[in-house]
Design a protein around this ligand. Structure first.
Ligand code: ADP
Ligand code: X2W
Ligand code: MG
Length: 319
């Protein structure tokens, strides 16, 4: 049969499926009703092949705030992570929540200012950032996961000194305030949780040596966690189909190497939040992660489609 696109989800009674075309567009396709039993069997075999290959492997999944637009998406995300755990992978979740932080700061009468995609975080806004990330977003995800018996444990980088951090000095000389970069990830603590069958859910707040909390770009935390754990896969769920030739309307770049990504950064094709993702991806690849994916988190179940099908979806970056 013609599968010039990637299937994302087949509905329960096999009468239609959601597909993602090479250009990243997602649509409903009713032709699946006509697909033969042989095709359905081949799908299953394909999936089982990957399930067997990934058994016992660590996959770090970064769930971006931009992809948390609907409650139904958070539920689909929780379902996917639970499923990964139940088929034998060891998922680790790192989440963001930038839009939610901006909304909450606005309600409190504070405007967010960004330098190069990083929020300037002063002494008044740091507790709000922490409240939204570690208090709200983190606990919402933990509850959704544990309603499905995933064994989720919510953590910020402060817990068990999970993410040691230091204040960043931005190249422009602008003081970003309480914004940090990762110094060290407490690998042993995470491994203890993974060995116990738990799914760590990490909020991107780091701890400085003097006990100060620091807000860290969540993409960088996910990358550092993946490197520390020797994860095979790092998956970014965001609000675009993947890394695009140009933002917002460029074509999806399905596959590229680290030098390709560096070139795109240099030509200015990658900006805003994706710039930090790109730097985080490069750091992950240099740190030994084999494959880094950027997927559209606005579509349900893209993680499953990526992991368990031959063609995958979104963008793949390798060394
Ligand atoms: P999150 O961290 O929640 O995934 P961000 O807003 O931090 O989301 O980063 C994703 C955003 O990066 C996209 O919504 C898009 O506006 C922007 N962006 C800039 N350049 C590119 C590019 N070349 N490809 C894809 N996204 C890009
Ligand atoms: C980020 C942390 C959250 C984040 C912020 O305050 O927005 C800095 O910018 P997303 O949703 O993954 O983008 N911190 C320093 O990275 O969220
Ligand atoms: Mg971001």
């Amino acid at each position: 049969c013609d599968l010039s696109y990637d299937y994302v989800k087949i509905n329960a009674d096999y009468t239609s499926m959601i597909v993602q075309r090479p250009d990243g567009q997602v649509a409903k396709d009713d032709r699946v009703a006509n697909y033969s039993p042989a095709f359905k069997r081949s799908l299953l075999v394909e999936a089982l092949k990957y399930i067997a290959a990934f058994s016992g492997e660590i996959a770090v999944i970064k769930y971006g705030g931009a992809a948390m637009v609907k409650d139904s998406l958070k539920e689909a995300f929780a379902e996917d992570v639970t499923l990964l755990k139940k088929v034998g992978l060891k998922p680790v979740v790192v989440h963001g929540g930038a839009p939610e932080i901006t909304k909450t700061l606005e309600k409190l009468g504070e405007r967010s200012e960004f330098v190069d995609g990083m929020r300037i975080t002063d002494a008044q806004s740091l507790p709000v950032v922490e409240m939204v990330l570690s208090g709200k977003v983190n606990q919402e995800l933990v509850a959704l996961l544990n309603a499905r018996n995933a064994g989720a444990v919510g953590l910020s980088g402060k817990d068990g000194k999970l993410v040691r951090a230091r204040k960043v000095a931005h190249a422009s000389g602008v003081d970003l305030g309480y914004v940090g970069e990762v110094v060290e990830v407490n690998r042993k603590f995470l491994e203890m949780l993974l060995d116990g069958g738990y799914v760590p859910v990490i909020s991107p707040i780091g701890l400085a040596d003097d006990g100060t909390g620091l807000s860290i770009n969540a993409d960088a935390v996910a990358s550092a966690v993946a490197v520390a754990l020797g994860a095979r896969k790092l998956i970014y769920l965001t609000d675009v189909p993947g890394i695009l030739e140009s933002s917002p309307d460029g074509e999806l770049v399905r596959q590229q190497t680290a030098p390709d990504l560096v070139r795109r950064l240099e030509t200015g094709a990658i900006t805003g939040g994706m710039k930090w993702k790109a730097h985080a991806i490069l750091a992950a690849l240099q740190g030994g992660v084999d494959r880094v994916h950027v997927l559209d988190g606005r579509q349900p179940h893209t993680v499953i489609a990526e992991l368990f099908t031959d063609r995958g979806v979104g963008s793949l970056v390798t060394l």
